[in-house]
Design a protein. Sequence first.
Length: 335
Amino acid sequence: MAASRNKPPDLLARVGRFIADRLAADERLCVGLSGGCDSVVLLHLLSLALPPLSPTPLPPGEMGLNGRLSAIHINHGLSPHADAWADFCAAYCAQLGVPLRIRRVSVAKDSGSLEAAARAARYAAFAEVAADALALAQHRGDQAETLLLNLLRGAGVSGAAAMPGERRHGPLRLLRPLLGETRADIEAYARAHDLSWISDESNADTRFSRNFIRHRVLPAIAPRFPGAENALAQAAGHFAEAAGLLDELAELDWRAVADGDTARLAALRDLSPGRLKNLLRFRLRQLGWRMPVAARLDEFVRQLRHAGPDRHPELPLDEGRMRVSRSRLRWLTEA
């Protein structure tokens, strides 16, 4: 495709600063490469912005940028073009001199949500990446979509915070260097550098909730609220600050109630219902457990606060159980 005559947006400097602020000089970075425009641009930017581990070039075949940069492509096998997309990513990485791992995953097509099943399979594969951090290419538009999607699902403050610029995922740090950038600026960079990319036909399928928001909801809002995407992304940032404050409160409360890995029931009952729920959500996130639906957590908190001494409230979850015994709340993994 022809290069644009317009001056490309200064993405390189911004991405360079983002990475320099978050990645130590000896840490390795992997990029999640789907082959779409956003991830193609991100890998191109990082191949230019990321300083090598040492000034001495490595022999051919060694990891790109002197052992610092690599990429991973997840082949979900959901599209008839999936293998061609993997071949595209392999050719692109060879052009940049960046080693690529192609990981095939199995997606449960009979699950309640194909989107959620594909995401779960993808993130399980990401957890196996041999690097210190993984860079993903979500941008400002993705952030706005995520906020709306989470709100429509009844999310709390943490869900309304949408996607953070950095978070833990198992042993990895997930980084999103493009989260503050617009889709238009990313595409302008791609055109200016004559980059090619693939298009996933499923991105136009409005049966998927995110695509419905992208192609139907946001375009309907835009004429009345031209700055809606930016405003929604800013709102997600405000919610993220509030979620951080709630986590700080939960840390203080945990110190007050904790007895080793358990919590004293009498101390928990001194907390208001809202504060107690905040603490329980914080503890579940610490453990890496999934959150129960709001109604189940509400009922468990009611039982915690009012159950008699002969009662042992329990909340079964996928990863284990929250259970009261001997005047302590315990988090028990399944044997």
